[in-house]
Design a protein. Structure first.
Length: 278
């Protein structure tokens, strides 16, 4: 039996594994768990690929674009036509999955983006739950207002039994369904793009300082922030060795752009002091 590999063999120049010109390795920076990353990704959009099992030809996955809302435990809530193929499939066999992927910027590698597949049973929502589910679905999908009360539509819930996460090359795992249900989406998800753009446009020098004096990379000549979350941020650091992905943690978890700004100001101040003392 062939053992499935769990990581990719990434060349050192891509992984940033070289040690020349590097300072003492700092402790690992805190980062979101895979369960938190999955919850953030699922909560960040309202559309995915819903796969059900076709009766003809029997057993083949049948993919459909579907809009959804998110329940308290991260479970997707759908509002679907009873005539739709995927609805009919679910009535025959409830096993289904939903694939949700991060948007991919033009010119970037789509396989480097995050995606999550939720697997479970797809079943109709009970009538007693319709009111709250209806409100939640409309909040996530306001354009559904004109057909939300059609009699030949119904709400369905995907009860998540398993979660597969892929966060790009080398970052992947099966996530425990209970951990997924108990995780919280990142509070910076809706503002992260603006924070990243601001730092790269106006504070590129500060990012270089942080890489040199907090991330243990004194040879950094340029740096670009690529992501930010409640626990810290990720930077692509450039040096004579090449480019490397660097994770830098905040001193404490943050929840708002204002808290991010305060944390970064304090961190840059300390980095400048360290640079002056060097």
């Amino acid at each position: 039996m062939t053992t499935r590999p769990t990581t990719h063999q990434v060349p050192p120049t891509l992984a940033g594994a070289g040690s020349a010109g590097r300072g003492a390795e700092p402790p690992p920076a805190p980062e979101p768990s895979h369960a938190e990353r999955c919850r953030t990704l699922v909560a960040g959009t309202n559309r995915g690929t819903l796969c059900t099992l076709a009766p003809d030809p029997p057993g083949y996955p049948f993919g459909s674009v579907a809009t959804y809302a998110v329940g308290d435990g991260g479970e997707p809530l759908f509002f679907v036509s009873l005539m739709a193929e995927h609805t009919q499939n679910a009535e025959r066999d409830p096993r289904a999955s939903l694939l949700v992927a991060e948007p991919v910027a033009e010119g970037t590698d789509p396989l480097a983006a995050g995606r999550v597949t939720l697997l479970g049973d797809l079943a109709r929502v009970a009538d007693v739950e319709r009111g709250p589910v209806r409100e939640r679905y409309l909040a996530a999908n306001p354009s559904a207002a004109y057909y939300i009360d059609f009699g030949d539509f119904a709400f369905y819930r995907l009860s998540v039994a398993a979660v597969r996460y892929v966060g790009g090359y080398g970052r992947m795992s099966w996530v425990d369904a209970e951990a997924f249900a108990g995780a919280e989406p990142d509070p910076l998800a809706s503002s992260s793009a603006g924070i990243v753009a601001h730092m790269n446009e106006d504070h590129a020098e500060a990012l270089v300082l942080l890489c040199r004096h907090q991330a243990g990379r004194p040879d950094t000549s340029a740096a670009t922030m690529s992501a930010v979350d409640r626990y810290g941020f990720e930077v692509v650091a450039t040096s004579e060795e090449g480019r490397a992905a660097v994770r830098i943690g905040f001193p404490v978890a943050v929840a708002t752009p204002e808290e991010v700004r305060a944390a970064l100001v304090a961190m840059v101040r300390r980095a400048r002091a360290a640079a002056g003392a060097a």
